[in-house]
Design a binder for this molecule. Structure first.
Ligand SMILES: Nc1ncnc2c1ncn2[C@@H]1O[C@H](COP(=O)(O)OP(=O)(O)OP(=O)(O)O)[C@@H](O)[C@H]1O
Ligand SMILES: [Mg+2]
Length: 228
């Protein structure tokens, strides 16, 4: 049931990559996952055409601002998790998807801290909350962080967001070749060979920690479907 959307009007913030990582981890645990591919570049639909897409992952493409609410509603009836990969704009489609979400994750590049994009998304969420008279759980997901250095800049970013009362997930998505290679080779992180791709193990640990934190957050909100 829970609907998890990835939103940030900033292009290249890591929405598609993080969405696929979460979907892959949930699918590896045996959950039925539906991915709504609302990214005009259709990266996830293309990934699904490569070998290795698990049978328990369904991709729903060709969504429009008019149809996205229907698509999410329908997917949420059958899938255990619905993951929505949104376009990099602040459109009506994005607002509609946010309005249908149980959790909105806001991927934000840790290095450049695209605060404007994140702030815009939070405004969209607050508007949707007022319109629907309910709260919509959301958090920043720092992406493309450096594996080597826990930089002071990144700590500053976390502090600033903390002060502003904006939740940031403890796990950030590290810059890893494996996360890019998924889109070239298809399948899940477990399918990538350690000979072909560097640091696959670390990438897997990172994705597992990320999914674990998301599941814990959903559970805390009484929203998680049972996953093995
Ligand atoms: N953690 C990561 N490690 C390595 N490369 C990454 C990572 N996250 C994103 N990238 C790369 O950065 C680029 C942008 O990422 P992605 O497509 O996930 O962003 P997006 O927010 O979905 O972009 P758009 O707004 O265009 O839809 C891609 O080339 C992707 O492979
Ligand atoms: Mg994208």
């Amino acid at each position: 049931m829970p609907v998890i959307s990835f939103a940030n009007p900033k292009g290249g913030a890591g929405k598609t990559t993080s969405a696929l990582l979460l979907a892959g981890e949930l699918a590896a645990k045996g959950a039925r996952v539906a991915i709504i591919d609302a990214d005009p570049e259709r990266w996830i639909s293309q990934w699904a055409k490569l070998p290795g897409k698990p049978d328990n992952v369904e991709i729903i493409g060709d969504v429009t601002e008019d149809s996205i609410v229907d698509h999410i509603d329908k997917a949420a009836r059958t899938a255990q998790f619905v993951i929505v990969d949104l376009e990099g704009t602040a459109s009506l489609m994005v607002a509609n998807a946010i309005g249908m979400s149980d959790l909105v994750l806001i991927p934000t590049q840790g290095a450049s801290m695209d605060a404007k994009g994140a702030a815009k998304t939070i405004r969209l969420i607050r508007n949707q909350e007022r319109m629907a008279r309910r709260s919509i759980s959301h958090a920043i997901l720092l992406t493309r962080t450096s594996a080597a250095i826990a930089s002071r800049a990144l700590r500053n970013v976390r502090d600033q967001l903390d002060k502003a009362g904006i939740e940031v997930l403890d796990t950030s998505i590290v810059e890893r070749a494996a996360f890019r290679d998924l889109f070239d080779f298809g399948g899940l992180l477990t399918d990538l060979s350690t000979d072909q791709v560097s640091n696959v193990e670390k990438a897997r640990d990172n994705a597992r920690a990320f999914a674990g934190e998301v599941i814990a957050k959903l559970k805390a909100g009484g929203l998680a479907a049972k996953v093995a």
